[in-house]
Design a protein around this ligand. Structure first.
Ligand SMILES: C[S@@+](CC[C@H](N)C(=O)[O-])C[C@H]1O[C@@H](n2cnc3c(N)ncnc32)[C@H](O)[C@@H]1O
Length: 176
């Protein structure tokens, strides 16, 4: 029997977003930026497989990435990216640099984010923070953070964790 591939699959909501928008992203003809790439760079790999150039950034030198550093210190030209995405990385920041991200996106570009919700205190909900300083936002707080964007779509994604617990994540699509 064939072995499962060593690289983890992309998050399903992000995969579906990319498949829906790939033609638009190709037309914008600018690179994407993967904030907090992580081991295996699974989301950078997805975009590159679709022919969308992607720059990877991670604060950890243990992670293979184009650049190493804190997203809050990054410098970039205005309107230089078609897509900036954060899959469960900026939830560790009390001050995510949303204004910079907005300025780095071209008109019609997207910020896509998956971040845990505030629901960890509900029955059966997995407490993703586990005592760590993780930012957990309500839907209203996400809207407030992203008020500069023209169009913001926020959906909840619930996935089972083990046998009895579930994890709640906001899937956020914000168009400039
Ligand atoms: C939970 S992992 C998610 C990895 C990847 N996005 C994925 O979904 O497979 C979070 C990653 O964000 C990185 N990270 C945390 N804070 C960061 C920061 N301020 N700037 C850049 N990367 C950061 C960590 O080093 C880690 O690799």
């Amino acid at each position: 029997m064939a072995r499962a591939p060593a690289v983890r699959a992309p998050e399903r909501p992000f995969y579906l977003f990319v498949m829906d928008h790939r033609d638009h992203l190709r037309e914008l003809a600018l690179p994407a930026l993967d904030i907090g790439t992580g081991h295996g760079a699974r989301h950078t790999a997805l975009l590159q497989d679709l022919g969308i150039q992607t720059i990877s950034l991670d604060i950890s030198h243990k992670v293979a990435a184009n650049y190493h550093g804190d997203i809050r210190d990054m410098q970039a030209e205005p309107e230089s990216f078609s897509l900036i995405f954060d899959i469960k990385a900026m939830c560790f920041l009390a001050d995510p640099p949303i204004d910079k991200i907005h300025s780095w996106l071209c008109p019609g570009g997207f910020f896509y984010c998956m971040t845990p919700t505030h629901k960890h205190k509900e029955e059966g909900a997995y407490d993703v923070s586990q005592g760590l300083p993780v930012q957990l936002y309500s839907k209203e707080e996400v809207r407030e953070l992203l008020h500069k964007f023209a169009d913001v779509n926020i959906r909840e994604h619930s996935e089972p964790i083990g046998r009895t617990q579930w994890l709640s994540t906001w899937c956020i699509e914000a168009r400039k």
